[in-house]
Design a protein around this ligand. Structure first.
Ligand code: CUA
Length: 316
């Protein structure tokens, strides 16, 4: 499974995948072209005047020009008009982006080191993956469990800090079916660059089906269901299954192993240790690893924990 990524289809900006994107890009390019035109005018005038009024001899005197009212009014009024235009463009999309439509679909977002959790109105939770219906306003109500993160979906042109002890919100209406990425854009620790989520834009019926699948019972054998959860619940960010350590111990050969903990005591990795590590990760930290595992309390059902245990058992 590839990492979530954004779609680049031009040199300039990521593709436009929300109703806000066009507004934002219009504002960006308006300011951009005003800048280009001014740059050319100022540069050409500087070069021309430098050449025309160059002092050519010792007797050259600066001509006694006081002022030119018509010229000064002109060079004040034109920029004023341009600035008012940019202000109107800016305030229009700012207001559009700030006020969510009343009928918006609401998703609760929790940021923490280093993952995103999404809670849907029906209580379904997902980790590092969020699906949204196409053509329907979606409002994100966001908060952080630890430090400041920032919620950024470049292709939707939305971005907002995610702060502990506070709710921030933003909204968007996705216009294109397909996948894009949510990035954390506030440096929050060494796992910051891995704090990504897959954003799926689905048509109405496909969205309902997706939502149902997230919480529906799995008829897979436990170890295979555990393997699916391993990717879906983002264990994959910190734990490999090939024997190499990342931010957490590898799952390969983990079950039954005796681990030395940070305080020097040892523990045998069994069902209860895995369960405890999922629910209260800080209780027993394996020596040599940072205490950065987030708790999955409330996110995993007993059935999910059983499946993860079965999966880890299968990796011998
Ligand atoms: Cu969370 Cu950077």
């Amino acid at each position: 499974m590839s990492k979530p990524h954004i779609n680049i289809d031009s040199f300039w900006l990521p593709s436009q995948r929300s109703t806000l994107a066009e507004e934002v890009d219009f504002g960006f390019f308006a300011a951009y072209w005003v800048g280009i035109v001014l740059f050319i005018l100022v540069t050409v005038a500087t070069l021309y005047f430098g050449w025309k009024y160059k002092r050519r001899s010792e007797d050259d005197k600066t001509s006694p020009i006081a002022h030119n009212t018509r010229l000064e009014v002109t060079w004040s009024l034109i920029p004023l008009a341009v600035l008012i235009f940019l202000f109107v463009v800016g305030i229009k999309s700012y207001v559009y982006a700030s006020v969510a439509p009343a009928e918006a679909y609401e998703i609760k977002v929790t940021g923490e080191m280093y993952m995103w959790t999404f809670t849907y109105p029906d209580g379904t939770t997902t980790t590092n993956e969020v699906a949204v219906p196409r053509g329907r306003p979606v409002r994100m109500i966001m908060s952080s469990k630890d430090v400041i993160h920032s919620f950024y979906i470049p292709e939707f042109r939305v971005k907002s800090d995610v702060v502990p002890g506070l709710y921030t919100t933003l909204w968007f209406e996705a216009t294109k079916e397909g996948e894009t990425a949510l990035l954390c854009t506030e440096y929050c620790g060494y796992g910051h660059s891995d704090m990504l989520a897959r954003v799926k834009v689905l048509e109405g019926a496909a969205f309902d089906k997706w939502l149902e699948e997230q919480s529906g019972p799995s008829d897979l054998p436990p170890a295979e269901y555990g393997k699916a959860l391993y990717a879906k619940r983002s264990c994959i960010t910190c734990h490999t299954v090939d024997g190499s350590p990342l931010q957490g111990p590898t799952f390969k050969g983990l079950f039954g192993k005796t681990e030395t903990l940070a305080d020097g005591t040892t523990v045998t990795v069994d069902e209860n240790y895995i369960r405890e590590s999922l629910m209260t990760p800080q209780a027993k930290i394996v020596r040599g690893f940072p205490p950065v595992m987030p708790t999955y309390k409330g996110l995993l059902k007993d059935r999910d924990i059983d499946a993860l245990v079965a999966y880890i058992k299968s990796l011998q």
